[in-house]
Write a protein that binds this ligand. Structure first.
Ligand code: FES
Length: 222
């Protein structure tokens, strides 16, 4: 997928309390392998930069790790989890790769276009944005979307529409009962979530821990 480099040049630096988190992340890696912290630090920068990475944020992370800015840019541009332009509060990533396409991802994209608008631009109220991405690893439960950190699998256009409406109600775009619950993530037809196979959670923000293997992916250095 072709991705434009970030145009946003707003200054960026981690706040003091975030700096402590940076030190904790970097300390997970063996001596001499600190640059392996590039992924979690870019993720942290994105979280604290309103959901996308500016050029300054990428350069700041590169400086912290003592690596050329271009190498950090290469990593950030390779993974669709890193955004280079503002996204909505609910960022919908629709998988359009073959298994999801065969199972109806075109219908999911139509729902997003109708409910949110054009891809890759936040809705007028900033609540939603959507984009198409390559395989997110939940092909067994295709078609699926990721909304922020949650997977929603085995979707139909109707079910996705309901989920978007539920999120809008919950955030006050439409009238809703007080304390309306967040729509249920994972497989929508009660099957086991494809994402649960690895982490026991549908959240993608934390490196996975594979049950029973003792494998902590935080320890991997590359
Ligand atoms: S093809 Fe859609 S999750 Fe793999």
């Amino acid at each position: 997928m072709k991705r434009s480099l970030p145009q946003d040049d707003a200054p960026f630096a981690f706040a003091p309390e975030q700096q402590r988190e940076v030190e904790t992340i970097v300390a997970r890696y063996p001596e001499g392998k600190q640059q392996s912290a590039i992924m979690p630090l870019l993720w942290l920068a994105q979280e604290h930069n309103g959901g996308h990475l500016s050029r300054a944020a990428i350069c700041h992370v590169a400086d912290l790790l003592g690596m050329p800015a271009m190498r950090a840019m290469e990593v950030a541009s390779f993974y669709s989890m890193f955004q280079f332009a503002p996204v909505g509060r609910h960022f919908v990533q629709v998988c359009g790769t073959t298994p999801c396409w065969l199972r109806g991802s075109d219908g999911l994209k139509e729902v997003c276009a109708r409910a949110i608008g054009a891809p890759n631009a936040p809705s007028a109220d900033g609540m939603f944005s959507w984009t198409e991405v390559e395989c997110l690893g939940a092909c067994a439960n295709a078609p699926m979307v990721q909304i922020n950190e949650e997977f929603y699998e085995d979707l139909t256009p109707q079910r996705l529409e309901e989920i978007l409406q539920d999120l809008a109600r919950r955030d006050g775009r439409a009238r809703s009962p007080a304390g309306a619950a967040r729509p249920r993530a994972a497989a929508q037809d009660q099957r086991a979530s494809a994402a649960q196979n690895v982490s026991g959670s549908t959240k993608k923000s934390e490196p996975p821990h594979v049950e029973g293997t003792g494998t902590d992916f935080h320890q991997f250095a590359w």
